[in-house]
Design a protein around this ligand. Structure first.
Ligand SMILES: NC(=O)c1ccc[n+]([C@@H]2O[C@H](COP(=O)([O-])OP(=O)(O)OC[C@H]3O[C@@H](n4cnc5c(N)ncnc54)[C@H](O)[C@@H]3O)[C@@H](O)[C@H]2O)c1
Length: 320
């Protein structure tokens, strides 16, 4: 699969386009506005430059990567003759359905249509589709050019060939794909994340810990471990008799609320949205520019370490 189209040039789209181009694919990225494309071009260039600074990429690889990306506002131009489409436009069902209708009227039956949706089931996404068997979800994580995992989600109509080809292309671009055995809301990662957030919010509401305390505790424990030793493997290493006792003693005391906590609703009502409004669990004075820069710098260091280890072990983590 040589020709890739990324639809949407926002938070996720630009990073995914960069990723495909780094892996040698010809990439067309489409946004509705020139200004979104300009911004995407700038973000991709900056991200690649940092990789050069960290010696993860050479200057000539940077140039080649940039040359492989074509920017367009024309949907037809973006999708004609393409092999694989990553739809990464806003999470609005009608918008996605309208886009798929146009796509299916232009591309060949062999073109794979993947969505980066975080919430819509394939049954909904394909309700007007002519060929539902070539629809699949590839769920990336922000920033997609750095976070190794992609969740691949199929449904009963997705053909096994499409699943295999999607898996192969994710491997080719250096991702660690996980194919879900069956579709479920939130997939794997966001379900586990939300279960954890429910408890973290509960601890805050109970006055046990502040947001900062929770971040310090988690970064220094699960955060430290999980990049190399997942939660299940960690239990084997600890001993499952200990896991049984821990789960048995603590689980009964955990929050089982099904409500979004009222403090979170109030924060959103007060426009405390995080970096977007300079105030969330923390305060910012630059709309998070520094925080994002620091985060990506750390992520790159971790990614480099993971790549070096994976290259040694011939593993699955992002590699050039
Ligand atoms: N942001 C995340 O952390 C994240 C993580 C995983 C998956 N996702 C999913 O990825 C998708 C994109 O999210 P995002 O955060 O990149 O969004 P975004 O708002 O940052 O970017 C959306 C892009 O789509 C374009 N667009 C807007 N309206 C459009 C339309 N009517 N037709 C075509 N293009 C249009 C915008 O110009 C923009 O380039 C969503 O489905 C989202 O659920 C997001």
């Amino acid at each position: 699969m040589k020709n890739i189209t990324v639809l949407g040039a926002g938070v996720m789209g630009h990073g995914a386009a960069q990723l495909f181009a780094q892996a040698g694919k010809n990439v067309r990225i489409r946004a509705r506005r020139e200004s979104s494309l300009e911004k995407a071009r700038e973000l991709i260039t900056n991200s690649l430059k940092i990789m050069v600074e960290k010696e993860m990429l050479t200057e000539s690889e940077l140039e080649q990567t940039l040359n492989r990306i074509t920017y367009t506002t024309d949907l037809h131009e973006a999708i004609e003759g393409t092999d694989f489409i990553l739809e990464s436009i806003p999470e609005v069902l009608e918008t996605k359905l309208e886009t798929y209708e146009i796509i299916e009227s232009v591309v060949s039956e062999k073109t794979i249509i993947s969505s980066n949706t975080s919430t819509f089931p394939l049954e909904e996404l394909t309700k007007q589709a002519k060929h539902p068997e070539r629809f699949i979800i590839t769920h990336f994580f922000n920033p997609p050019q750095l976070v190794p995992i992609v969740e691949i989600v199929k449904f009963d109509k997705t053909s096994e060939d499409i699943v295999q080809s999607t898996y192969d292309v994710m491997k080719e671009i250096g991702k660690s794909p996980v194919v879900l055995k069956k579709e479920i809301t939130g997939f794997i990662v966001n379900r586990v994340q939300v279960a954890m957030l429910r408890e973290a919010f509960h601890l805050m509401e109970q006055g046990v810990a502040t947001a900062e305390d929770i971040d310090i505790a988690m970064k220094g424990s699960m955060g430290f471990k999980w990049a190399f030793c997942g939660p299940m493997e960690s239990q084997d290493l600890a001993g499952l008799q200990t896991t049984k006792a821990m789960v048995g003693n603590i689980m009964q005391d955990l929050s089982n609320t099904r409500e979004v906590p009222s403090f979170l609703k109030e924060m959103v009502e007060k426009d405390e949205l995080g970096i977007r409004t300079n105030e969330g669990f923390y305060k910012y004075d630059d709309y998070g520019e520094n925080a994002i820069h620091t985060r990506d710098d750390h992520f790159l260091d971790l990614l480099k370490l993971m790549q070096e280890k994976a290259n040694k072990e011939n593993g699955l983590i992002n590699s050039k």
